[in-house]
Design a protein around this ligand. Structure first.
Ligand code: NI
Length: 381
C-alpha cells in the first residue's frame, strides 16, 4: 500500500512537471503589444519597434544588425546581448517602416516565456512576441545613451564609437488602419454633434490612437460647424443620422420623418462627402412606422454611459471600461467636456485591454453581419 502511494505520488509529480513544461512551451498570453507611431533608432538607423506598457520594445535578435553580438545559450535557454567591439558602422535592416510599426501588425499577443535575457551580464525583462524575444529599448542604457526625441516622436539609442548616419525622413503618409476580425472590438458612438471643442477633443484622441468611432450627427450642426464635420470625414469616422432638427420622430408625420432623414443625408454628403448609412432616433424613441419611413438600419447601444445625466468623467470611464465586451456599442455624446475627458482616458485603456476601436459598420462587416433597413441593432453578437 505504501509503495503504491509513493508510486502514485511520483507519477503525479512527473505529470505535473510535464504539464507545466508543455504549457510554458505553448506560451499563455500574458499581455498585448500594440502598434506605436514612435520610431526607434540606433545611431539614427531605424529599428522595428512595438509599444508594451507605454514603452518602446525592440527585437533582441535584430540587434546583431545594430552593433551588438547576440548569443543564444541552449543549455540554460538564455540570450546574451553585448556590444560588438568590431562593429564600425550600423548596417540596420531594410524594410523597417519609418513610423515604427513592425510588419503592419496593429496588435500582437505577448506570450509567456521561459527565456532569460541578459545585457552585459545583467538580466533584463524579455517578452515573447510572435516567437521573437523583445526587450525594452531602455534595457540598453548600460551600453549606450537612450533618449526621447519629442520633436520626431522617436526613441533613440546612441552608441559611442560608432558614427551617426543621417536620419532618414520620417514617414508622413497615412498610417495603415486594419480591422482584425479575430480580435475583440468595440464601437464607440457619439450623438448630437458635431460641436465646437468637445467633438474636436474627441477627434484628437481618436487620431492619436489611430482609432475610429461612429458619430450620429444632427444635420443642422453639420451645417453650422462644417469645418468640424469635415474632420469627421478626414479621419474616416462613420457618419449616422440623428435627424436634422433633433426631433421626436414618433410624433412626426411620415413626410416630416422623410424630410429630416433626407436633409441630414444631404448635409453630410455636401459637407463631409459621405451619406448617412444608419440612424439613431433622438430621445431614443422609434416605432415600426418611423423605422419603415426612415428606411435605414437603426443603431442603439448595449452600454449606456448616461453621460448627459451624470456629467462625470470618472463615472463615464468606469461604466465603459468595467462593462464593455467584444461586440458592444457604447452610447456617448460629443457635446460635453466630461465625455471628452473620459474618452481621452478610455481610448488607451480599451486598447490596452485588447480592444480595437472600430465603427459600427466595420464591426458588423468583421462579424459577417449585414445591417438591414428598418431593423434595430444594439450590439454585434
Ligand atoms: Ni440626441
Amino acid at each position: 500500500m505504501q509503495k503504491k502511494r509513493l508510486l502514485f505520488f511520483i507519477v503525479c509529480v512527473v505529470l505535473c512537471i510535464q504539464f507545466s513544461a508543455v504549457s510554458a512551451q505553448n506560451g499563455d498570453v500574458v499581455g498585448t503589444a500594440r502598434y506605436t507611431d514612435i520610431v526607434a533608432y540606433v545611431n539614427n538607423r531605424p529599428i522595428a519597434s512595438y509599444n508594451v506598457n507605454g514603452y518602446t520594445v525592440i527585437v533582441a535578435e535584430e540587434l546583431v544588425h545594430y552593433g551588438f553580438l547576440v548569443e543564444w545559450n541552449e543549455s540554460d535557454r538564455s540570450l546574451w546581448i553585448v556590444r560588438n567591439p568590431e562593429a564600425e558602422t550600423i548596417e540596420g535592416m531594410s524594410g523597417v517602416c519609418s513610423y515604427g510599426q513592425h510588419d503592419g501588425l496593429k496588435y500582437a499577443d505577448i506570450l509567456e516565456t521561459d527565456i532569460r535575457t541578459y545585457v552585459n551580464g545583467n538580466q533584463v525583462t524579455g517578452f515573447n512576441i510572435g516567437g521573437q524575444t523583445m526587450i525594452y529599448l531602455n534595457s540598453l542604457t548600460c551600453v549606450g545613451v537612450v533618449k526621447w526625441n519629442a520633436e520626431d516622436r522617436a526613441a533613440e539609442l546612441v552608441l559611442g564609437g560608432i558614427s551617426m548616419i543621417e536620419k532618414p525622413p520620417v514617414y508622413e503618409g497615412e498610417i495603415p488602419y486594419e480591422v482584425d476580425p479575430y480580435r475583440p472590438m468595440v464601437a464607440l458612438t457619439f450623438d448630437d454633434g458635431p460641436f465646437p471643442y468637445t467633438t474636436e477633443r474627441i477627434l484628437d484622441t481618436l487620431q492619436y490612437y489611430n482609432s475610429r468611432a461612429t458619430f450620429y450627427v444632427v444635420g443642422s450642426n453639420v451645417r453650422a460647424y462644417p469645418e468640424i464635420a469635415k474632420r469627421l470625414g478626414e479621419q474616416n469616422m462613420q457618419i449616422g443620422s440623428h435627424t436634422f432638427n433633433h426631433i421626436k420622430l414618433t410624433e412626426a408625420s411620415d413626410g416630416v420623418i422623410a424630410e429630416e432623414i433626407i436633409a441630414t443625408d444631404q448635409a453630410t454628403r455636401e459637407v463631409i462627402g459621405v451619406g448617412t448609412s444608419t440612424m439613431r432616433p433622438p430621445y431614443w424613441v422609434s416605432n415600426e412606422r418611423v423605422r419603415r419611413v426612415a428606411g435605414l438600419p437603426v443603431v442603439t447601444w448595449s452600454v449606456d454611459t448616461l453621460d448627459w445625466q451624470n456629467k462625470n468623467a470618472d463615472v463615464i470611464f468606469d461604466t465603459v471600461v468595467n462593462n464593455v465586451r467584444d461586440g458592444d456599442i457604447v452610447l456617448m455624446h460629443d457635446t460635453m467636456n466630461c465625455t471628452a475627458d473620459a474618452v481621452a482616458r478610455m481610448v488607451p485603456a480599451l486598447i490596452d485591454a485588447g480592444f480595437q476601436l472600430v465603427t459600427v459598420e466595420e464591426m458588423a462587416a468583421a462579424r459577417g453581419w449585414t445591417l438591414e433597413p428598418g431593423v434595430l441593432y444594439s450590439k454585434i453578437y
